[in-house]
Design a binder for this molecule. Structure first.
Ligand SMILES: [Zn+2]
Ligand SMILES: [Zn+2]
Length: 377
């Protein structure tokens, strides 16, 4: 099973950490060395116990020019700190298995183009480089906004970049995620597909909810909704909520959610075969994302489902994912090989996490297998 290899995750000696910790500018000159270390230990201890504190610390340090100078005035230092500090925590929990791939590729990483992710494209590349990855993919939710930046950064960091996207889809009326990878492109048809089938889902849902509310005798009109969208600018998702609060139809988020659930209104995302087709038309290959991620929120795919999708043109399976158990990985390797599907893997990183397998490069696939598959297409 691909996991972090020895060395990469080895503990960082504590003194090496100190130079990356921010200190008030004046303190650097005035304090005795011993005092300075005690001050620094005040930062180190919470990091050991609570790695997210470290991230907060770094984010805060980015704000202050004085603190930046103590980090040697280099933005790169922040990135190094972002990479090194969590290792102290990670190294205690990692099995340190050896990689079985010559070239590792994290083919599922979210950047801040995804509304639920926080890393900039450059932060992702910096970590990927530090971890010796051969390649990576940005798989942002329903958007290709970070692809141009990925292409720009790849030669700078000498990490291959395979443009991608994670499209929200459905299968058997349950949400499912499809990863698409584009050697060249994606072609403009992908944007047209996203606009028509994905980005308009919020609006379709709100209009269906308005119909439902009017059917229930509530005093709320389409004109009022349109006016609220203007006020909220582009945020269709919150416009309906704000309007209903103003009209006294719901009192808070909880009652709004309860009303939505009671309404039974659902707008389904396009089914997986439709997404596969759109991906092919845009010049890409389609891979079913985290098929064994059994959260009750997304569909869990077994051999029969995957065989059905293979008949619809599915190209691959994301075999290596942080949510998969060892047994699931083995099973998906077997299924993929028997159906002639390409096997991919990735960390699905969204935000800094204490689990090593969920950080950039913590879970990965075989870059050589992907390259060979795509070249043959
Ligand atoms: Zn997903
Ligand atoms: Zn994802």
């Amino acid at each position: 099973m691909p996991r972090p290899e020895p060395g990469l995750w080895a503990p960082v000696p504590a003194p090496a950490l100190f130079q990356y910790l921010p200190m008030p500018t004046g303190a650097r000159q005035e304090l005795m060395p011993g005092c300075r270390n005690r001050l620094k230990m005040a930062f180190v201890f919470p990091i050991l116990v609570f790695p997210d504190f470290m991230v907060l610390l770094i984010r805060v340090s980015l704000l202050g020019p004085g603190l930046q100078r103590t980090l040697h005035g280099s933005h790169q230092m922040h990135l190094v700190a972002l990479f090194i500090l969590p290792q102290l925590h990670f190294s205690r929990n990692t099995k340190n298995k050896e990689s079985k791939f010559m070239r590792r590729a994290d083919l599922h990483v979210h950047t801040h183009a995804s509304s639920d992710a926080s890393f900039s494209p450059e932060e992702v590349f910096s970590i990927a480089k530090a971890r010796g990855l051969s390649a990576l993919t940005f798989s942002d939710h329903d958007t290709t906004d970070s692809i141009a930046e990925g292409r720009r950064l790849a030669p700078i960091y000498e990490v291959d970049f395979l443009p991608g996207i994670e499209i929200t889809s459905s299968w058997c009326e349950i949400p499912a995620h499809v990863l698409c990878f584009f050697k060249d492109g994606p072609l403009p048809s992908l944007q047209e597909f996203l606009a028509a089938k994905i980005w308009s889902v919020g609006k379709q849902f709100n209009l269906a909810m308005l119909d439902y509310l009017q059917g229930q005798g509530k005093d709320v009109t389409l004109a009022e909704y349109d006016a609220e969208v203007e006020i909220q600018e582009e945020s269709e998702s919150t416009a309906l909520y704000h309007l209903l609060v103003k009209k006294g139809i719901v009192s808070d988020q909880k009652s709004f959610t309860a009303m939505r659930e009671a309404s039974g209104v659902r707008i389904l995302r396009p089914p997986v075969p439709e997404v596969i087709k759109a991906c092919h038309e845009a010049g890409g290959i389609a891979v079913i994302a985290h098929p064994g991620h059994d959260t009750g929120v997304v569909f869990t795919f077994d051999e029969e489902n995957i065989a059905d999708l293979a008949a619809e043109g599915l190209n691959g399976v994301e075999v290596f994912h942080p949510a998969h158990t060892d047994a699931q990985e083995e099973e998906y390797v077997r299924i993929s090989d028997s159906l002639g599907l390409v096997k991919t893997g990735g960390s699905d990183m969204h935000i800094p996490r204490p689990e090593p397998q969920k950080m950039v490069g913590g879970t990965y696939g075989d870059w050589d297998e992907i390259v060979e598959y795509i070249e043959k297409k």
